[in-house]
Ligand binder design. Sequence first.
Ligand SMILES: Nc1ncnc2c1ncn2[C@@H]1O[C@H](COP(=O)(O)OP(=O)(O)O)[C@@H](O)[C@H]1O
Ligand SMILES: [Mg+2]
Length: 407
Amino acid sequence: MIIESIGASLLLLSAIRTTNMSDKKKIEKIFEYTKTWITTQGNEIKKPQFIRKEAITNENEESIGMLYVYRLPLGLPYKKLEYLNDNIGVFKDGLHKNVEIEFDGGMLHVNVYETDLPRKWNYEDEELEGWKVPIGKTYKELITHDFDATPHMVGGGTTRYGKTNLMKVMITSLIANHPEDVELFLIDLKAGVEFDRYKNLKQVKAVAKNVYETHQLLTEVMMILEGEKAFYRENGWSNIVESPLKKRRFVIIDEAGDLVPEKFMSKQEKDMHAECQWMLSHIARIGGAFGFRELFFSQYTTADVLPRQIKQNCDAKISFKLQNGYSSEVVLGEGNTQAAELEKIPGRAIFKDGASMYKLQVPKITDNQMEKLLQDYYESKRKDVTNEVGRKKNEDTDNLIEFRDHD
Ligand SMILES: Nc1ncnc2c1ncn2[C@@H]1O[C@H](COP(=O)(O)OP(=O)(O)O)[C@@H](O)[C@H]1O
Ligand SMILES: [Mg+2]
């Protein structure tokens, strides 16, 4: 029903585009066209009530737009608000400006920006508190993500729109801010073309370049996880954030779509793929409490690529440009088709952390910059993760975990 009303209103909308109505008037017309109101039993129409407007400023205190605050009529179905958000393009069309809306208690905030998002900005080396990493700039500010607040992240987006770049940004920021405490397990199913070069970083415990190595790497991580569970039990901790432990272990996987078992594969290969997916699900489900964080990125965003368990346990979601609303919903959640409407600009993304959703521009990092920032941490010696394994060393596990370097 709401859909019909918007469809029918598109013609009316074209009318407000051409008039020189104020932005406030236009917003209120859009409320009318989209029937963002309630009808009481006595057939009285209750519309959002204008409360105030104020200038929006950025981090440098420059004015970048205007915020319009409305009180929503009591009983307005949440679905109508979600629909408004999903069709934010209606505002952009009507006002010829970038618009974002937020709901705050019974209030509707309509942010009207005079500016655009940056088309590109370079990664800036900065100290961030706790386990935060930079994700991107919105119209207003830099958005960071805190991996202690939300342990796992899932990412999607058409190829060449910036997934791997964001992973590099996060890897750099994590290492630069926590050189002694972070351990990285990198899975690069593009045959290692992206991550293999980081294998000599002190903080990188292993790089897997194909499904076999991935299986081995994940088996390794599972063993460490088991060791940690026992250690936590002994100390009476139920979650790393309550413990004095500083170490965080990140399993970062690029092009996870290649772990889907396919029909043409042998039984053994299928099992290998399925087990990798299962282990990733397990780490996402159990690992958070024990200091494991999973970053699961894939260009293919269908239900078989993104196992339900992973999706349910990754509360941070990011999507670069996607072809259609359906793919966007797979990454960002039901009703969130916004990634399909993103401009065709690499680095543009929709980032969702719990209930907050942002459109932003991810910083660009170059390989040179990364190498420079991390230059102190390159080691030439071979890696043997066995030395690092679980706190609780017993000989059985040590023998089981034989980690090979695949060069
Ligand atoms: N945040 C960004 N800002 C500007 N350009 C970017 C950004 N991210 C990626 N790009 C450009 O797009 C190209 C592809 O990015 P990449 O991260 O490899 O995409 P994907 O992994 O999704 O295929 C990069 O080589 C770079 O030129
Ligand atoms: Mg990539």
